[in-house]
Every structure is written in C-alpha cells, then in structure tokens.
Design a protein around this ligand. Structure first.
Ligand code: GDP
Length: 444
C-alpha cells in the first residue's frame, strides 16, 4: 500500500506522545522528520514534501489544541487533515451516462483498469461497456475481451481493424445500449509523438466526459513528466493508481496528481476485476494512519455477501444461530471471507486493527491464514454432504479417504475438523446465552 511505511513509522513516533497534553518543539520536529523520511522514501516529490511538512509544523506549534485533547490526537488530526488536503478530493464520477477515456504507458494497467472500472460501475447498477482500441500491443484484444467477460460487462474490439480511431467510433456505435463507455487506448514504452497524436484523435472521436491517466504505483519520479505530457495533449481529469498491492511506494503517482492539479479516481489492488476501489481520501488516509476505514470495509462485506452463493432458502446465517452448525455453514462463511479479498487489506480497514496490531503479527501470519482457508475449502470439496452435516461422525478411514481425494494430508483434514469443533463450541455458547434478540444481533 502506498506510504505504508508512513503509517507504521508515524504511529511509533506518535505513540511516544501518549500521556502528554502539550507538544514541545522537539516533539513536532521529530514527527515532521518522520513524515519527511517516509514521504521521500515513497517517492513523493521533494518540494511537495517540504510544503506539507512546513504546514504541519506551523499548525502543530501555533494552533491551540482544544481543551482536554491529548497531544497525540491533536497532531494526528493535523497530519490527517494536511494529507487529505495534499491528496485532495476524489475525481468526480457521477453515477450516470458518461464516456471515460483511459491513457497511460504500456504496462501501466490500463486494460485491467478498464475492466475493473466497468465492473465497479456495474455494481452501482449501471450498464458499462469496455471499448478496446489498442491495436499496438499483441494480445490486448484477447486480454480485454476475457477481462470484460469476467467482469460481465459489454465489450467491443476489432482485431481485424488496425485503426484505433475507427475502432473507437465503431465501438461507441456498437455499444450504444450501454450507459458508461470506457475507452481503453494503446500505450507505448515511452511517450512518443505518434502515441500522442493517436490519443488526441481518439479523444476527438470519443468526446470523453472524463480522461483518466493510469499510473503504476511503482513509477516514481517519472510520473511527473508523463502526467504533464498527457495533460497537455488530452487533459487529465484524474488518475488511476494501479498495483498498490505490490509496492510501498506510490509517491510518484501522488506527485503527478499534484502536478496536473487533478485527483485520484480509482485504486487498483490486484489482478482480478474486483480488485478495485473508488478512491475516498478520508478513508484512504485514515487507513494509512492506522485509523481504519469503515466505509471501505462495509463496501467489501456487502460485495462479498453478494458474491457468495447464498440462495435465500439455501443458507441463512441466522439459521446457524438457531439449529445445528454444520461444515456447510463454515464453508459459506469462509467463502464470504475469501470474497472480501486478502486478509491484510481487510484488517487495515478495521479501526484499531490496521498497523498497530497487524504490525505485531509475524509477516507471514496473514498468508498462512489465507492458505489455510484455501486448504480447508479443498478438503471440504472432497467431503460428502452427509459428512458435512455431521462432521462428528467422520472417522479415521474417512479422514484417509478425504485426504486422498482432495490431495491434502490427513493432518489437514483433522485440522479442519478441529477448527469446526472450536467454532461449533463457540456458537453453542452463544446459543446458550439465550435467544434474546440483542444477542442474535450482536452475533450477526
Ligand atoms: P496496459 O498495457 O496498460 O493495458 O496494462 P495491463 O492492464 O495489461 O497490465 C499490465 C500487467 O499489470 C498485467 O499483468 C496486469 O495483470 C497487471 N496489473 C494491472 N493492475 C494491477 C494491480 O492493481 N495489481 C497487480 N498486482 N497487477 C496489476
């Protein structure tokens, strides 16, 4: 995650302020230095870093903290507000009919982002279409088509035509039933004049409401020049920062946003079409500072529940509270958990859980958990319905058969049964507390 380092180093520095009610000049110096160090190592432009740290310093020393506010909270608030100010508002994207043009260098993640954004708009009840005009990169057409089908959105491309401007024109006609048109363009390794000419022509045909520049989070200082050039040719309204799952940088992209006076529209956090977040500055910065992001968490839960194959009369979480807790219940729960995305991302969104507690876990603890869930899921696929309904009846010979059938070890199977027992016990305890509504609500 961008500036991940800022979150944890700043938390350490801020923790030293615990119990203090006033900030000394040295405290402020130390905090500002920490912020500078993290921002610079995340590739944020030097002048931007100076500007930001000056205003934090000035405010922390001059503003009077509201009575009774601990020094730590006071300065955290200032850092939060200044960072939100630096990043600015999210790019405006109304939930209505519109055309969006994507620009960027080859490999920045345009094609992936086009499908992701289309998917995101579809979850908002709109009908998006992806139009692929990249005739330059071999495989772009197939990749875009495949991703659009995974996102379950309309798609237009034409592998037999090598004129991207033509394709854009055809695409807009052919997908006229869609209400959000996302036009993906070709990238090159570097900005070449013909790329700029081409994208200007496509822009003239597509007449986009919004043009977004797609930037790889790891791009570093080069982002600045790229953003300027694209801004001069087609005008950049916003930026999509991709591959945030793979880097602790992203400062270059933030600098580009500042340079072009634009804003961030979306964040890409993985290779799947669902690995996208609409950028929300408050939540983003809160998460960065280890303050959680409940808005994003709620969205993920909702999304996960929708994706988990829960038929109304097939599985109801509330039944679990009333009757028998079976392995089928556990499997559904795990599926829903999986659909929320990588656990470490989810944990960052939980207030008080991101950073602080997460930092204390061994580095691979999250992966292990995710791997475990994967293994359990494979094991369960090899169990019969009867075994899942009555896991207690699973004996040694069945354990052996299930392990063989699922390609796992007998220990894996036993561990799953053990896990089930623990969960069942917990649920029984809840049930034992009575069926009063308050309790049920809490459990949900
Ligand atoms: P384009 O040339 O700009 O269209 O770039 P692509 O969409 O083909 O992306 C280039 C590579 O980056 C592909 O392998 C994508 O799977 C990968 N990619 C794109 N966005 C993300 C992201 O948010 N996270 C990760 N991990 N990979 C991404």
């Amino acid at each position: 995650m961008v500036l991940d380092d800022l979150g944890s180093s700043l938390r350490d520095t801020l923790d030293k302020l615990r119990g203090k009610s006033r900030l000394s000049e040295e405290d402020v110096e130390e905090i500002v230095k920490e912020i500078q160090r993290s921002l610079l190592s995340a590739d944020v432009d030097v002048s931007l870093v100076m500007e930001l740290s000056d205003s934090i310093k000035e405010r922390a020393l001059e503003e009077e903290p509201p009575a009774g506010t601990p020094a730590r909270d006071f300065v955290l608030r200032i850092v939060y507000e200044e960072l939100v100010g630096l990043i600015g508002e999210s790019t405006e994207l109304p939930l209505e009919e519109q055309t969006i043009l994507l620009a960027g260098l080859q490999g920045s993640g345009k094609t992936t982002s086009a499908a992701k954004m289309a998917w995101w708009f579809s979850t908002k009840g709109l009908r998006p279409a992806v139009i692929q005009t990249d005739t330059f990169r071999p495989g772009a057409y197939d990749q875009a088509k495949e991703m659009a089908s995974r996102a379950e959105v309309d798609f237009y491309g034409n592998p037999d035509n090598d004129d991207p401007v033509d394709i854009a024109r055809e695409g807009l006609e052919e997908t006229s039933e869609a209400d959000v048109h996302i036009v993906d363009t070709a990238g090159r390794h570097a900005l070449e004049d013909d790329l700029i000419d081409e994208i200007e022509e496509i822009e003239a045909v597509a007449d986009p409401d919004t043009s977004l520049l797609v930037l790889d989070a790891a791009i570093g200082q080069g982002a600045k020049d790229q953003a300027k050039q694209f801004d001069e040719s087609v005008g950049i309204d916003g930026v999509v920062i991709t591959k945030l799952d793979g880097t602790a940088k992203g400062g270059g992209a933030l600098t580009a946003v500042d340079q072009t006076d634009s804003s961030i529209a979306f964040l890409g956090t993985g290779e799947e079409v669902q690995d996208v977040e609409r950028f929300e500055p408050d939540g983003f910065i809160s998460r960065l500072l280890g303050m959680g992001d409940l808005g994003q968490l709620a969205e993920r839960v909702e999304r996960a529940m929708a994706q988990t194959d829960i038929e109304e009369d097939d599985w109801d979480p509330e039944d679990m509270l009333k009757g028998n807790f079976t392995l089928n219940d556990m499997q559904k729960q795990m599926e829903a958990m999986n659909n929320m995305g990588p656990l470490d991302q989810v944990m960052d969104m939980i207030p008080g859980f991101g950073g602080g507690i997460k930092d204390q876990l061994p580095d691979d603890a999250m992966d292990v958990t995710q791997d475990r869930m994967q293994t359990f899921s494979v094991v369960m696929d090899s169990m019969t319905d009867a075994e899942k309904e009555y896991p207690k009846a699973v004996g040694a010979s069945q354990v052996e058969r299930i392990a063989r059938g699922s390609g796992t070890s007998e220990d894996d199977v036993r561990e799953l049964l053990q896990q089930y027992k623990m969960m069942e016990k917990t649920i029984k305890q809840f049930q034992g507390m009575g069926s009063d509504q308050e309790m049920q609500r809490m459990m949900k």
